[in-house]
Design a protein around this ligand. Structure first.
Ligand code: SF4
Ligand code: SF4
Length: 376
């Protein structure tokens, strides 16, 4: 009788749960990553209070007895996305890859962990585990110059979930490599903020995705989105897919005819920038948070992002909505609304800012209003 190995059993269960792939890597330190993080300390110092990214190169800082890393792949481009969401919300978020136990993706992860525990393993998952490096080490994919991992036949729209386990699962130990064509630079050229400043190097502090959910919202992150970045954020309110959408290695997936995600079709008409800007608590809790709750925990940060997006994208018709948000109880929302009004400008924009100057008491909002008026 042929015995099924433990890794084979685990692999089959992962696929049965709906994951699209699974790989195993050794839990040895990632020395290349450790060096890279040292060299680019400035861009990552904000992580010290949250992710302990400084420990990312050493999986045993997460689980001292770790012997293997298990990487689960989930292809999140199996359904297509309503066009109104594209350019506003990153596809990974639209696909709702959240670990919450009340969500389908979180339930898959929970069942998988339970399976490993029943096999007698101790498991640790932490955001500081270097999932892209682990995926490449496991041989599941290769790096793109945009720093994303590309999986053969799927491209880079794949969710990666990494666990450190105390069992020896014959993990692979592949060295990082790339399959990008030698002369391709499209992702770097497409990045609006220069966050991708060299092949395989991204400065999170300039990344639109980072700014939409980290600034002010996560301890240690910069309190504010710099005006220079705001102008380049376009209409993104959560995440950014530009450097993946520009990539020739993703075009086959992007151009595939796929069925629409029925849930997204249902909610899409409600997700306008104007609605997000002036949403009430009920809309935030019942609609926005279930879709976007991955990182943002306070309504005001989504409202801020919507204000920036409206400032970048709209003509004077947005001013009526910004006139309302200029009265929001949150100074943050009023401040970014003032910035957006200044960016749209015109006679009506000036009048709104001048009125705000008379009514406003918060010093930071007043300062934003004055700067906006000076630029008009
Ligand atoms: S996600 Fe957007 S801002 Fe960030 S590196 Fe890619 S293109 Fe640049
Ligand atoms: S755009 Fe070109 S360089 Fe960038 S990840 Fe894709 S193939 Fe690689």
């Amino acid at each position: 009788m042929m015995l099924v190995s433990l890794t084979e059993e685990i692999r089959e269960y992962a696929l049965d749960l709906g994951f699209d792939g699974i790989g195993f890597a050794t839990a040895d330190p990632f020395t290349g990553l450790s060096q890279a993080l040292q060299e680019r300390k400035e861009g990552y110092s904000w992580t010290d209070k949250t992710l302990q990214l400084s420990q990312a190169a050493e999986p045993r800082s997460v689980l001292p007895e770790a012997r293997s890393l298990v990487i689960l792949l989930y292809d999140y481009h199996k359904l297509s996305f309503p066009p109104t969401f594209l350019g506003q919300v990153g596809k990974a978020y639209l696909a709702r890859l959240y670990f919450s136990q009340t969500r389908i993706f979180g339930s898959r992860v929970r069942l998988f962990k339970k399976f490993l525990e029943q096999k007698g393993m101790t498991i640790k998952m932490r955001p500081s585990l270097p999932e892209r490096q682990a995926t490449v080490r496991a041989g599941l994919g290769t790096f793109g110059r945009n720093t994303f991992v590309y999986v053969p036949g799927r491209g880079s729209f794949v969710g990666l979930t990494t666990m450190a386990v105390d069992a020896d699962l014959d993990g692979a130990s592949n060295e990082p490599k790339t399959r990008c064509p030698e002369d391709c630079n499209r992702c770097i050229e497409a990045c609006p903020t220069g966050a991708l400043y060299e092949p395989f190097k991204m400065n999170p502090l300039r990344c639109i995705a980072f700014q939409t959910y980290c600034a002010g919202n996560i301890p240690g992150c910069p309190p504010d989105i710099p005006p220079e970045i705001r102008e380049k954020m376009g209409t993104w309110v959560y995440g950014c897919d530009i450097c993946q959408d520009a990539c020739p290695r993703n075009q086959k997936r992007l151009n595939q005819k796929l069925p629409l995600d029925a849930y997204l079709v249902e909610i899409a008409p409600q997700f306008t920038l104007e609605r997000l800007l002036n949403m009430d608590d009920q809309f935030y809790l019942a609609k926005a948070q279930p879709l976007l709750y991955g990182y943002i925990w306070e309504k005001k940060f989504l409202q801020r992002n919507a204000a920036i997006a409206l400032g970048n994208s709209s003509g004077e018709e947005a001013l009526q909505h910004l006139a309302i948000s200029l009265q929001d109880k949150e100074a943050l929302v009023r401040r970014y609304s003032a910035w957006a009004v200044g960016r749209i400008g015109g006679k009506r924009g000036r009048a709104l800012l001048e009125r705000q100057l008379r009514l406003e008491h918060d010093p930071e909002v007043l300062s934003e209003v004055r700067t906006a008026l000076e630029k008009l």
